[in-house]
Ligand binder design. Sequence first.
Ligand code: EPZ
Length: 429
Amino acid sequence: MENLVIPGNQVIKGKIEVSGAKNAAVAILPASIIAGPKVYIDNIPEIDDVSTLLNILESMGVDIRRRGRNSLEIDSSKMREKSTLSYGMIKKLRASSYFMGSLLARFGYAEVPAPGGCELGPRPIDQHLKGFAALGADVNMENGIVKLKAKKLKGAKIYLDVVSVGATVNIMLAAATAEGRTVIENVAKEPEVVDVANFLNAMGASVRGAGTDIIRIDGVKDFYPASHTIIPDRIEAGTLLMAAAATGGELLLQEVIPTHLEAPIAKLKEMGFDITTTLDTVEVKGCQDLQPVDIKTFPYPGYPTDLQALGMVLLTRAPGTSVITENVFESRFKHVDELKRMGANIKMEGKAAIVEGGKPLNGAPVRVADLRAGAALVVAGLIANGETVLSGIEHIYRGYEKLENKLSKLGIVIYHENKNKRKNFSQKY
Ligand code: EPZ
């Protein structure tokens, strides 16, 4: 497997456009089969999770045509009613569970392998299944496969015990064709949830209230050809902003929605960074005396859990004590041990990480455990003294479109290493 070799003490400088949101795209692709008529989707990020979903769609008989680098035409009119979804593909990404809601809505039937746990701890789907049952589906689990059947889906009132992006989206998909009104309370308000609702409505569904605590869906029978442009990826945007801030550089991010980044921007300002926003750009400039801050992750509009690791790397530069509390996932601190190998002073206390910042990191061989920890370790490598070698980099390609390409446009040098042969990134592509 290839490694990434990152020389230290680099500075990000320049401007770059943000790609389409991974967590909107991986919900909208499974949702596209609810309709039947063709749908046209733009600003789809070219990432491995999207390729996996396109393979799954094609294995079900869905016709996919590329209309440009980031544009797709999806025709599910001739797809098979019953497809055996390969566990090998399904287990690659948790978003495959969205096929439960969309197949149920289209055919009243779904057989989808349950998503496995992952690096963030157990990933239950009890709230998803609670919603499907409330809509009148028979829910069974046999040999790790979730089997759903419903003669007729009927609207229901559903209260989510946990604020869950996945459960909110999955139940919204199933309710799109249920008879009557479905009301889901205590829902996730992430911008990606709103983007999925907008896509469903573009196809002819009737979804109201996405982005608030209560979503109302009035089931419909007829859908129409639709086109939709995916929103910019706020997590990629936050990743790049924090990378530039950590290196003491300057970055102008284009094609973003600054209101989706309020919590990370507020934290960067608290740390002392100079942030300027316009309608669709965010600019960050380095700061001299970085301040330690406390970060608590919460569902949107709170500080996103997906930027917890990035915030931690940044705070290793702030002299003093910063406390980072993870309130969304059970165990999302796999990056801590790797950062400690690089010399970071971090102590764990329950679900909080106490960071004593101010001492530079030192380059070291480190292992990437999950997508966002991978991005954080890339940034740690950029700011460390000496060279850092990352293994397990396939995680990064799941969710960041051409990250190395973007970083090299911002003046960063990264090498690919395969069996001790090194290629500068720009030589490789
Ligand atoms: C989505 O995951 C995102 N993934 C995650 O991004 C993100 O970190 C997470 O939301 C939180 O914002 C996608 O959108 C594909 P949840 P999801 O259901 O839907 C518990 C990334 O790096 N829970 O909101 O799986 C769950 O255990 C990924 O891009 C239940 O208890 O997250 C967790 O503690 C990582 N029962 C909490 O809710 C359920 O039925 C939030 O999970 C469902 C969830």
